[in-house]
Design a protein around this ligand. Structure first.
Ligand code: B12
Length: 212
């Protein structure tokens, strides 16, 4: 459990650009056996969504938001480096953002979540050209492809990418997520009934548990 006071302390440290304090808070939570999912959702995701709102209302600068993002990026990976996990032979995931999508933190969390569940995971990061994604699928032959789309303007690129991938790899399991889909998901389901939309790490946890 992450208390409201811990969250508020973390948020204000993040807005102050105080990486050392943010790291201390995260380390304390890990020592108390707070789960990765809880830290990712209740601390990192919640604080960044809040910073998005503050930025929209011009109550925090672009520089503040960039610093907060950089601190969070390093902590998202730090948390995983502290976890002992057992590799499960034969399960692999490829996680990517679409072309022109610069929001990559959510996708990074998803990739790390597969990793700590024992999957061999490749994370392609933000703004990955379509042909590169397709070549990498050919090379790695993952069991699951995860695609992230946060900026709604990129939604048509997502549809085009899925269309091409399904033609080339009809058996590949595709999961998608990101904030652009809260609006686009009906269109997505209509065109690609086999593609799964997972809203957050809670849905992902269930998906991984049921995957055979
Ligand atoms: C940091 C940030 C940036 C950074 C990103 C840096 C980086 N390394 O990622 C930078 C500065 C690049 C950026 C740029 C822009 N941004 Co911005 N940004 C944000 C901010 C503040 C945080 C994003 C974040 O990391 N959230 C935390 C993560 C953990 O949440 P998440 O991405 O939703 O991921 C979770 C789920 O969605 C899901 N998920 C996500 N992907 C996937 C994939 C799979 C396979 C699965 C299963 C699940 C899944 O699981 C995750 C964990 O639960 C948000 C505010 C917000 N509400 O998020 C705005 C926000 C996303 N940005 C926004 C905008 C408008 C922009 C810009 C257009 C600004 C501009 N004028 O230049 C550009 C667009 C760039 C582009 N072409 O993509 C809008 C988007 C509105 C929309 N939906 O279209 C937001 C919502 C801000 C706002 N309130 O308006 N941004």
């Amino acid at each position: 459990m992450i208390s409201e006071s811990v969250y508020l302390h973390y948020l204000s440290s993040l807005l102050d650009g105080d990486k050392e304090q943010c790291t201390k808070i995260v380390n304390t939570l890990l020592e108390r056996d707070v789960t990765v999912k809880e830290i990712y959702l209740k601390l990192f995701q919640r604080s960044l969504y809040r910073i998005g709102e503050l930025w929209e209302k011009e109550r925090c600068s672009i520089a503040d938001e960039h610093i907060a993002t950089k601190i969070t990026e390093s902590l998202v990976d730090l948390v995983v480096s502290r976890i002992d996990y057992i590799s499960k032979e034969g399960k692999s995931a490829l996680i990517t953002c679409i072309d022109k999508e610069h929001h990559e933190l959510g996708a990074r969390m998803v990739a790390n979540f597969f990793q700590i569940n024992g999957w061999f995971t490749n994370f392609l990061g933000s703004n990955t050209p379509r042909n590169e994604i397709i070549s990498h699928i050919k090379k790695r032959k993952p069991n699951v492809l995860g695609i992230s789309n946060n900026f709604y303007i990129n939604f048509l690129r997502l549809l085009k990418l899925i269309d091409e991938i399904q033609k080339e790899f009809p058996e590949l399991d595709i999961i998608v997520g990101g904030q652009a889909l809260s609006e686009g998901k009906d269109e997505l389901f209509k065109r690609f009934p086999k593609v799964k939309y997972l809203e957050s790490l809670n849905d992902l946890e269930e998906y991984i548990e049921k995957f055979e």
